[in-house]
Design a protein around this ligand. Structure first.
Ligand code: HEC
Length: 198
């Protein structure tokens, strides 16, 4: 998958700018070498503070209920996995009831995600020394057909670990990568195979 991914530049910068060290969950192992169970244990340690952090403060242009509600949605990752291109960043995906059935099929084509689908992806990283950092919350919302043709009718949003909404150029920082790499599958990247819900 790595070689298929483009426009990583601004994305990597945005990610670097919004990480927060979280020493309480550090491990004695490099992030690259963690097993699924070990990644899950770090997530269990971090989860409550990670989610509380995202909730802090006003969300401005991001719908407040989106951020408030996502922890109760359907979990779409079996455990937090790190797709290689992020270099050690682990991701946990949640999808609301409108989109859960279609998303959880992880279809490679003919994806018909209904308008109103909302997807939230939490992130954290574990570096080569086992140091854990909280990462941003990534959000996607499917809007009515024709409302945002440039982005495949997806709205993209991002919240930093301290809860502030992050202004990004959603075309270059989000949508280009999703559409160029995953256009065939409705703009969806999906968790790595091992981390999909069976
Ligand atoms: C360099 C390519 C790239 C860029 C840029 C990018 N993403 Fe993604 N995105 C992915 C990949 C790959 C996945 C699937 C990763 C996984 O879950 O393992 C994904 C998954 C997601 C998901 C879960 C839904 C899905 O597609 O399966 C959300 C939500 C998301 N991204 C939001 C964003 C937002 C918001 C931005 C901009 C701030 C962004 N992404 C920028 C590659 C990218």
């Amino acid at each position: 998958m790595q070689s298929r991914l483009v426009s990583l530049g601004s994305f990597a910068v945005a990610l670097l700018m919004s990480s927060t060290a979280y020493a309480a969950c550090d491990v004695q192992k490099s992030g690259d070498e963690l097993t699924a169970d070990e990644a899950q244990s770090i997530y269990d340690c971090l989860k409550s503070d990670l989610q509380t952090g995202y909730q802090n403060g006003p969300k401005r242009w991001i719908p407040a209920d989106f951020v408030k509600d996502y922890p109760n949605w359907t979990q779409a990752s079996a455990f937090p996995a790190a797709p290689g291109f992020h270099g050690g960043r682990f991701l946990m995906t949640y999808v609301n009831s409108i989109g859960a059935d279609e998303y959880l099929k992880y279809k490679a084509e003919n994806v018909t995600v209904p308008a109103g689908t909302r997807i939230a992806k939490e992130s954290f990283s574990v570096d080569g020394d086992g140091k854990v950092s909280k990462g941003p919350l990534f959000l996607m919302e499917k809007v009515a057909g024709g409302k945002s043709p440039d982005t495949g009718d997806w709205y993209y949003m991002m919240v930093s670990p301290n809860g502030s909404p992050q202004a990004v150029n959603v075309i270059t920082a989000c949508s280009e990568c999703h559409l160029e790499n995953f256009g065939e599958q409705g703009g969806l990247g999906y968790p790595v195979e091992d981390a999909r819900i069976k």
